[in-house]
Ligand binder design. Structure first.
Ligand code: ATR
Length: 482
């Protein structure tokens, strides 16, 4: 192939995400080389969508690689894990110095760090790019979170930015940081998504407990979508609640089995939060809520054995309570975003990524699943600089203060009626823990000193101290203990 006729970019993996991303590239005027382990899938993409742009299908990986402009830009959209390793291993002998391999799957960020190191030692660039937006986003403009060398972004950035979603002409794609930074940010995006979805589910449970019909609930979410809660997830909640099942005539949500699936990114977000020691209770509760939902033996046994109230809310002013639910949902969502963004900052320090959180909020404003009006506010709050956490941003703190009475009442009423609201309650606990002048950790330190001589600090004088609990009860300097 003559050099001037080489393809701009290549995509490996012709499942839904890969083929849609390839089509997006082609629709944006790039010539796109295509490869899939099973050739029939590549052929099917070209047969169905060949008219959308300049596709260059290849049956052999060697031909695919040879057809690419240098430095080669190859986007792998295969099954995360072994699939990604298999693709990388088969590409390595075919690539040349400076070529770029992009992993657009949901890979674990430690895997991305490992792969980046391996390819860097071979003179190749490895970019772990988080891509959010589902099938439609991949086709029409996703939010893209690439991590890797700055140099690789120079060759890759313009293409990724062009195919990403845009807000007021600004792309929802930016260089996040080195090695695993992009996949880390995508992981936390998904963790926040878990908490957001669970919080929406809790609002739905409460509206149901008020005795509202599905049509009424759909209307409420549609109305909420016109205010502060304006977001993709609220918008589609209205649509899903409104959907009537063609087979039974019942609301579709009533006939869907109430066992939530998960693919791992929420769990990873919590695992990393535990390792870093950053509070993430909203996200953890949302992962655990899915776990309980998918634990049939526990649920069956508990339904038979455990007593509780009738899960009916008895409120005097229904409309006022619905407004309180809205405020509880908004507040809980803010805490979840704050916790996720705090985690990104902790990880950024730990791994040396230097991630700009306001840029992260900026590229989440469109294209991705958690896109929401709130993100513009988050972007501007962080862009102002010096923010310890989103929770204490002046405008956010004021809105939380204005909502807290409603939020507390919703949690209290839910608890009294036996309606589970783990994320609403966790978010409120975080809010109260974070703002408390003194927390129960002083007693914890006393207990730790009692049973394990772990020592404590005093509020009044310097030094490390230990009380001789099993002896005469006197206090001694911790340094003198051994
Ligand atoms: P789906 O999304 O349809 O469930 P998948 O098993 O998750 O499929 O795989 C998604 C993509 O990864 C497919 O393009 C698949 O290639 P095939 O069509 O040949 O199955 C690709 N893939 C999965 N494992 C792979 C591997 N070990 N090597 C190369 N490609 C692989």
């Amino acid at each position: 192939m003559s050099p001037e006729n080489r393809a701009d970019v290549g995509v490996i993996g012709m499942a839904v995400m890969g083929s849609n991303l390839a089509r997006n590239l082609a629709r944006n005027g790039y010539s796109v080389a295509l490869y899939n382990r099973t050739t029939s899938k590549t052929e099917a993409v070209v047969a169905e969508h060949g008219g959308e742009g300049d596709f260059r299908p290849a049956a052999e990986l060697e031909d695919f690689v040879a057809s690419l402009e240098r430095p080669r830009r190859i986007i792998s959209m295969v099954k995360a894990g072994r699939g990604t390793d298999a693709v990388i291993d088969s590409l390595i002998p075919l690539l040349e110095e400076g070529d770029i391999v992009v992993d657009g799957g949901n890979s674990q960020f430690e895997d991305t760090r490992r792969r980046e190191r391996k390819l860097r030692e071979l003179g190749l660039h490895f970019v772990g790019a988080g891509i959010s937006g589902g099938e439609v986003g991949a086709l029409e403009g996703p939010s893209i979170m690439p991590g890797g060398s700055r140099e690789s972004y120079e060759a890759l950035g313009p293409i990724l930015e062009k195919i990403s979603a845009h807000v007021d002409g600004e792309p929802c794609c930016t260089w996040i940081g080195t090695d695993g930074a992009g996949h880390y940010v995508k992981m936390v995006h998904n963790g926040i998504e878990y908490a957001d979805i669970q919080a929406i589910g809790e609002a739905y449970e409460l509206l149901k407990a008020l005795g509202l019909t599905y049509g009424e609930m759909a209307d409420i979410f549609a109305t909420w979508n016109t205010g502060d809660l304006d977001s993709y997830l609220i918008e589609i909640t209205s649509e899903v609640l409104r959907k009537v099942d063609a087979r039974t005539g019942k609301p579709l949500v009533e006939v869907i089995v109430d066992a939530a699936g998960m693919k791992g990114t929420g769990t990873w977000t919590v695992q990393s939060g535990l390792t870093l020691g950053t509070p993430l209770n909203t996200i953890a509760e949302s992962v655990f809520a899915r776990a309980v939902s998918s634990h049939p033996s526990l649920r069956k046994a508990a339904q038979a054995a455990l007593d509780g109230p009738d899960q009916k809310l008895h409120v005097e002013d229904r409309d006022a309570f619905i407004e309180q639910i809205r405020q509880a949902l908004w507040s809980s969502k803010v805490v979840a975003y704050a916790q996720g963004l705090d985690e990104i900052r902790m990880a950024s320090k730990e791994y040396g990524w230097d991630i700009d959180v306001s840029e992260v909020a900026k590229i989440w404003r469109a294209g991705c699943i958690i896109r929401a009006k709130l993100l513009e506010r988050i972007r501007s709050e962080y862009a102002a600089g010096g923010l310890v956490s989103l929770l204490v941003a002046p405008s956010v703190a004021q809105d939380l203060a204005d909502s807290q009475e409603a939020w507390r009442n919703v949690v209290a009423q839910a608890v009294a009626a036996g309606v589970p609201v783990p994320v609403f309650a966790a978010a409120l606990a975080h809010y109260d823990l974070a703002r408390a002048p003194r927390v129960n950790a002083a007693l914890t330190q006393g207990l730790r000193d009692y049973f394990g001589a772990h020592t404590y600090l005093r509020t009044d004088i310097d030094g490390v101290w230990h009380t001789d609990w099993s002896g005469d009860g006197s206090e001694i300097p911790g340094e003198d203990m051994h």
